[in-house]
Ligand binder design. Structure first.
Ligand code: ZN
Length: 340
């Protein structure tokens, strides 16, 4: 009896100690859900307003802010901060931080932390954008949920020391609400209203809601694009691995293997997208330095080595990358045909 009583006590103790299911459960993040509902409804109406009422200055100004927001997500959060594919001078980091604030997706710090967990747990239960599920989960649903208790614990284990040593990232984290109001609300809404003779309604629908609809959806693609541009099991053999390994297209597999390559475009391209071009321009201006890349020769040699030695692919490719490090000139980004 005493033994049973003890077992019961342990079982009923689950009120305090959560079960595995409770530990992994993700609740809805209602403020975010409400925000997304508004973004979708009012942003869609913003499309109508753009074609019927907005003036050209408003449209061009909003388009510019939209592009800068995307740049903040792809070049800023993803390639510079999450994966350290290059180093940036202080002015460039300030610029990218301001761009990222325009994306309205939360702080650089929180996005980097979540993206690093996404890579560490890619296609596992603890991936915040649970990749085994569906495109819509990664693109939308996963963003509307709070982290599970397990994910919260895992987030604390993500190494963020480089972020904590980056004064610009920490400045944005500290003053995010003020920066958000200034850059993501006042600047895009007030400018058309004050200077382009727009009504407050048109300024709000186009400058805030429609812009957020576009930037949030494009920004979320960073975590969901692999559903669109990756190799799936149903691919014909002729379409698959050989092409991916030689050209490094089919971005996701290459990016999830070797995430530190600055040329990995977020949307399925390699070496030819806007983000890559912008990094090259920043490098030519001496604002971006130490651009990291992996040549196709290193990938091919690494693969051969992996087949011959049966060692892990990434280890073999990285060995080849080290071998060619001295052969790669510092300004390799100016000669991309030769060094891509
Ligand atoms: Zn990534």
């Amino acid at each position: 009896m005493g033994g049973h009583a003890k077992t019961d006590a342990v079982n009923s103790g689950s009120k305090d100690a959560p079960t595995e299911a409770e530990f992994k459960k993700r609740d809805a993040n209602w403020p975010v859900v409400l925000f997304y509902i508004h973004v979708y409804i009012l942003g869609t109406y913003g499309i109508y307003v753009t074609f019927t009422s907005a003036s050209w200055p408003t449209i061009l100004f909003t388009a510019l802010l939209t592009l800068l927001g995307m740049l903040g997500v792809t070049v800023g959060v993803h390639r510079l901060w999450a994966h350290r594919t290059f180093t940036a001078t202080v002015p460039l980091r300030v610029f990218l931080m301001l761009c990222q604030t325009l994306a309205g997706q939360g702080t650089i710090y929180s996005r980097v932390q979540a993206h690093r967990l996404h890579h560490a747990k890619f296609q596992e239960d603890d991936d915040p954008y649970y990749s085994k599920q569906s495109f819509m989960y990664a693109q939308l649903h996963g963003n509307l949920l709070k982290y599970s208790r397990q994910q919260e614990q895992l987030l604390l284990t993500v190494d963020m020391s480089d972020m904590e040593n980056d004064g610009i990232v920490m400045f944005q984290k500290r003053y995010y609400v003020l920066l958000y109001i200034g850059l993501n609300v006042l600047l895009p809404v007030n400018t058309p209203f004050q200077y382009f003779g727009e009504t407050l309604g048109v300024s709000t629908f186009v400058g805030f809601w429609l812009r957020n609809l576009i930037v949030l959806n494009v920004g979320n693609l960073v975590n969901s694009a692999h559903f669109i541009w990756s190799i799936h099991k149903g691919f014909k053999p002729t379409d698959s691995n050989s092409i991916f390994f030689i050209t490094k297209s089919f971005w996701p597999q290459f990016h999830y293997l070797l995430p530190y390559d600055y040329q990995s475009g977020e949307f399925g391209d390699y070496a030819s997208g806007t983000g890559t071009t912008m990094i090259r321009i920043f490098a030519a201006l001496d604002m971006a330095k130490n651009l990291r890349t992996v040549s196709s020769v290193a990938v091919r040699n690494g693969l051969t080595l992996a087949v011959e030695t049966k060692r892990p692919i990434v280890e073999c490719i990285e060995e080849q990358v080290k071998l060619e490090q001295n052969a790669l000139p510092a300004n390799h980004y100016l000669n991309r045909e030769k060094f891509m």
